[in-house]
Design a protein around this ligand. Structure first.
Ligand code: HEM
Ligand code: HEM
Length: 225
């Protein structure tokens, strides 16, 4: 199903940057985290830990910037028009999404070929992106709880006691990595399943070819994907 939303207003440049920083930090954290967990080649532990301790701040600052920007940056909230509104509107419940959960589930379960056309993000897409916020905070919490400079702070020590010690906290931190890897795999697949136009936009800030708009800013032509 074609839904020509792949124009710059859908992802203003700052979100292209925050997305890149997210991707780069995740790769760096997962790679260095894997290495810390299981040093699969020699003489790299110092670098791996340094990488991890650097990118953990990068990803948290980036998350903060992305959330604050949602309240200040305007982005497209309605498919097929260049109309923009404050970005946070894309993340709250939207009228355009209402009563679509069932139809989206059927689409994802291969029971239905086309998905509904609603707001910029589909119901489950929106939920999945929002869930990355508590997930990143959970990685940060469990990470700081096993990080010497912070582990004794009451806020982290209480959690460590609650889960039954440092080793358990470390294992939880490790499993959170797998949740991120699964999220990213499914996300990268779904992002490209209808064509590469969404990725060209979020990575290269390139608009879909042949997009045309009428005087009201409505899309009247485009290649679809
Ligand atoms: C967001 C803030 C994060 C903080 C504060 C943090 C902190 C830490 C710390 C302190 C360690 C122990 C390092 C050592 O003792 O040498 C660690 C290990 C690890 N981190 Fe993170 N981390 C964060 C995010 C992530 C993310 C997003 C991932 C995966 C995508 C990840 C994956 C891992 C893994 C797999 C380990 C090894 C755990 C083990 O030994 O089994 N971390 N992290
Ligand atoms: C191979 C890797 C990836 C690909 C191909 C990819 C692709 C995309 C695409 C195409 C979009 C725009 C979706 C749309 O307009 O409908 C998007 C948005 C998004 N992606 Fe990714 N992505 C990747 C990695 C990641 C990673 C590692 C994360 C975080 C863990 C992530 C989190 C997000 C979020 C939160 C959004 C919403 C964008 C916003 O408004 O800030 N992505 N991604």
């Amino acid at each position: 199903m074609s839904h020509p939303a792949h124009y710059r207003e859908a992802h203003p440049l700052i979100f292209v940057f925050t997305h890149w920083i997210n991707l780069i930090s995740m790769v760096a954290l997962a790679f260095s985290g894997f290495y810390i967990h299981y040093p699969f080649f020699a003489n790299f532990m110092g670098v791996a830990r340094g990488m991890h301790f650097f990118f953990m701040y990068v990803i948290l600052i980036n998350l903060f910037v992305r959330i604050v920007a949602a309240f200040f940056v305007k982005s497209a909230t309605r498919l097929g028009t260049r109309e923009v509104e404050t970005d946070i509107k894309n993340w709250l419940p939207q009228k355009l999404n209402r009563h679509q959960l069932g139809a989206w589930l059927k689409y994802y379960l291969f029971l239905k070929k086309d998905h509904p056309i609603g707001a910029k993000y589909g119901v489950l897409q929106k939920i999945a992106y929002i869930v990355t916020i508590p997930l990143t905070l959970a990685a940060a919490y469990t990470g700081f709880a096993i990080y010497a400079p912070f582990m004794d702070a009451a806020f982290f020590a209480a959690g460590t006691d609650w889960v039954g010690g440092q080793m358990n906290m470390r294992i939880i931190h490790y499993y959170i990595m797998w949740v991120f890897i699964l999220f990213t795999a499914v996300h990268a697949y779904l992002a490209n399943v209808e064509g590469v136009a969404p990725s060209r936009l979020i990575f290269a800030w390139k608009e879909e070819e042949g997009l045309r708009f009428d005087a009201d800013g409505k899309v009247i032509g485009g290649s679809g994907h």
